[in-house]
Design a protein around this ligand. Structure first.
Ligand code: SF4
Length: 64
């Protein structure tokens, strides 16, 4: 699956980074960045936690 972020909705509160730092990180300007947009067996559980934690519903998982 692909990890999609609606950057227009994102408010840069870093909750997703707390849940899945292997995927999400905030840069020095507080813009959300992604190490990858692909789910793996290793990151999927954490990505799902990030989806659930995002108060802006900015993260979604879509089929390839
Ligand atoms: S949890 Fe949502 S609003 Fe917060 S930084 Fe991540 S994508 Fe943006």
């Amino acid at each position: 699956m692909k990890i999609k972020v609606d950057f227009d909705l994102c408010e840069s509160n870093a909750l997703c980074e707390a849940m899945a730092p292997e995927v999400f990180w905030l840069d020095d300007d507080d813009f959300l960045q992604m190490h990858t947009d692909e789910t793996t067996d290793d990151n999927l559980d954490n990505v799902k936690r990030a989806v659930a934690a995002c108060p802006r519903a900015a993260i979604s998982l879509v089929e390839d």
